[in-house]
Design a protein around this ligand. Structure first.
Ligand code: F6P
Length: 382
């Protein structure tokens, strides 16, 4: 049976470029004479039959608009079920009810793992598109949304520098990304942050923050920007030795979302660091010896990082992913996700592609980060 109607859904956190993918799918579908059906609110709409018709004539330049016109949610249709396989088979039957022949799911690891299970257990005709500002999916060099978010965070830190300079302050800027440090690392390097803390390298408050601030003040610096991932945390020794305001138990007891991910932003690590630094008399004394008042503030960038229109890179990547996903549907290739490898669009098995990736020790950004911190104050010393 040929494909006549394709369902499209967007799940998980919104991000710039979702509409670009939808538009890419719609362009190719229109040309191939295939109807697109929008499934609203991610898996919630799939389960509850919430759909809208998608007529390309009504959506000129949709790829330039941020967010998703299909709405999104973090609904997990596998939550609390006894058998994943049975649930996947039930879900696959929804294709008939929704009157769709294939489904393109656009989302991160949580959303795409549902699509993968439907394909694996029930042979459902699904294709995935990797989305997340966090860029933490193994199957693609970049997810769309990432570079727009990097730019937003980098701009925010560039701009904060003038306030930091005017007040001679320490700003601790908290950046999204869950347990992956890509956003913080890339935006931190781009803005020239003075310290960059990421989850992949648990930090030592004394060595990585306090001593660096002391060295910097002694070398003549009067303001400082610290970029920290929302998921950055101290190593166990430092947690025990340096922290008065939090403990391991507090980190472990964080609430979780419907997919079981800890809600890291609830910890508010930037404020915790501010509180800890404020307790350090030795740090304040070093600032005062250098005639600088110690004033430290936390800034949480939060959802501003997912807001607004996609940048050009994400518009183009979104369009390319959309086109490639629709091509897979036309070729009858399912259970795959589209992926960027170098500058080529390729396919990747969903099951492999949804695995998480992290910044590894051999990544050149790690070296750049460490050089930025070290060389700055060392180069100023006589
Ligand atoms: O996964 C994308 C992301 O923006 C993470 O960086 C962040 O931790 C999370 O989503 C926030 O989710 P929500 O918008 O549901 O609070």
């Amino acid at each position: 049976m040929g494909i006549k109607r394709v369902g499209i859904l967007t799940g998980g956190g919104d991000c710039p470029g979702l509409n670009s993918v939808i538009y890419g799918i719609m362009l190719k579908a229109f040309d191939a004479g295939i109807e697109c059906v929008g499934i609203l609110k991610g898996w919630k709409g799939f389960v509850e039959n919430l759909t809208i018709p998608l007529d390309i004539a009504e959506h000129d330049d949709l790829h330039t608009v941020g967010g998703t016109l299909l709405y999104t949610s973090r609904t997990n249709p596998f939550k609390g079920v006894a058998s994943k396989e049975e649930r996947a088979k039930e879900l696959a039957k929804k294709f008939e009810e929704l009157n769709i022949d294939a489904l393109i799911a656009i989302g991160g690891d949580d959303t795409l793992s549902v699509a993968d299970a439907m394909h694996k257990y029930a042979g459902a005709k699904v294709v995935g598109c990797p989305k997340t500002i966090d860029n933490d999916l193994a199957g693609t060099h970049y997810t769309f949304g990432f570079w727009s978010a990097v730019q937003l965070a980098s701009n925010a830190m560039d701009n904060l520098t003038t306030t930091a300079r005017s007040h001679q302050r320490v700003f601790i800027v908290e950046i999204m990304g869950r347990d992956a440090g890509f956003l913080t690392m890339y935006s931190g390097l781009s803005a020239g942050a003075d310290i960059i803390l990421i989850p992949e390298t648990p930090f030592d408050l004394e060595k990585d923050v306090i001593n660096v601030l002391k060295e910097r003040v002694n070398a003549g610096y009067k303001y400082h920007i610290i970029a920290t991932s929302e998921g950055a945390y101290p190593n166990n020794d430092s947690l025990k030795k340096d922290f008065k305001t939090i403990s391991k138990e507090i980190i472990e007891k964080l609430p979780k979302d419907t997919y079981g991910n800890p809600l890291l932003a609830k910890l508010n690590i930037s404020q915790i660091i501010v509180d800890e630094l404020n307790l350090r008399k030795d740090l304040k004394a070093t600032f005062q010896q250098n005639k600088v008042e110690f004033e430290c503030r936390s800034v949480v960038l939060g959802h501003t990082m997912r807001a607004g229109p996609p940048n050009s890179f994400d518009r183009i990547l979104g369009l390319r992913f959309g086109l490639a996903a629709m091509n897979l549907v036309l070729e009858g290739i399912f259970g795959k996700m589209v992926s960027l490898q170098g500058n080529k669009i390729k396919t990747f098995p969903l099951a492999e592609g949804v695995k998480k990736k992290y910044i590894t020790a051999e990544n050149d950004k790690m070296e750049l980060r460490d050089l930025l911190v070290k060389v700055r104050y060392l180069s100023k010393q006589k």
